[in-house]
Design a binder for this molecule. Structure first.
Ligand code: FES
Length: 102
């Protein structure tokens, strides 16, 4: 496991999410009330980028067909058997770091 610098902490305001890429691996980076979270970006339905989704509190909605996820855990509310992976996140010196097995 390694930590990867994915973004400046001040580049993503609370209540926002976006897709970031680490060595070809796409992540949905999410800021909920100043706490960062990172999920695999690929929706288990048809692969849409969850980082382009709509965030409502802790609920993240896929931009394509609206499947709902818990943005903190990756749990899928719409289809509980199809969660997305979450990854540890920390902030150091104003940078967001994500731990990945790359
Ligand atoms: S691709 Fe995400 S809900 Fe269909």
């Amino acid at each position: 496991m390694n930590w990867f610098d994915v973004a400046a902490a001040d580049s993503l305001a609370p209540g926002q999410c976006r897709t970031v890429e680490v060595r070809g691996h796409r992540l949905a980076l999410i800021n909920i009330d100043g706490q960062f979270h990172a999920l695999d970006d690929r929706c288990p339905h048809r692969g849409a980028p969850l980082g382009a989704g709509y965030l409502d509190g802790t609920r993240l909605f896929c931009p394509l067909h609206g499947w709902e996820f818990d943005a903190r855990t990756g749990a899928c509310t719409t289809r509980p058997e199809l969660p997305v992976a979450r990854h540890p996140v920390t902030v150091e010196n104003g940078r967001v770091l994500v731990e990945l097995a790359l």
